[in-house]
Structure formats: structure tokens, C-alpha cells
Design a protein around this ligand. Structure first.
Ligand code: SF4
Length: 68
């Protein structure tokens, strides 16, 4: 994943506590600020990713379905 020809950018404050920190850099991403700008870093080990499932109401036997 890491591209050698790209300049690595230092970790950001949101990275604190992550197991992927390698000195001042991230061992996974070239640019940690970019990962956090788009939301929570997808490979952060210290942040629990929460999924907000949409609760879908399923009506059974209450409505007749239209014939196609
Ligand atoms: S994996 Fe994500 S949170 Fe962890 S150091 Fe890298 S950019 Fe930061």
C-alpha cells in the first residue's frame, strides 16, 4: 500500500493511540491527514467503526402487493 516514491506525511492528532503509528508516520498510509479529512481513518486500530444501519420496516400481511 505504501508507495516509496511519494513523500510521507506525518500523523495527525486523531492518530494518537493507533497501533499503526511508525515514529511520526503511519505504516499504512502515505498521508494520514487525507484519511481523516474524509472521515474516520478506515484502518485505525483505536477507533471503533460504527455502522448506522437503517432500520427498515417490513410490513408483512398488511398490504396487498401490486401485481406487475
Ligand atoms: S492507520 Fe489511520 S489512524 Fe492509524 S496512524 Fe495510520 S492514518 Fe493514523
Amino acid at each position: 500500500m505504501l508507495q516509496a516514491d511519494m513523500e510521507r506525511k506525518p500523523i495527525v492528532k486523531q492518530c494518537r493511540g493507533c497501533a499503526k503509528i511508525d515514529g511520526d508516520f503511519c505504516s499504512v498510509w502515505v498521508s494520514p491527514p487525507t484519511k481523516w479529512r474524509l472521515g474516520t481513518c478506515p484502518t485505525a486500530t483505536h477507533v471503533k467503526v460504527e455502522f448506522h444501519e437503517q432500520v427498515q420496516k417490513v410490513r408483512v400481511g398488511q398490504q396487498k402487493q401490486k401485481k406487475k
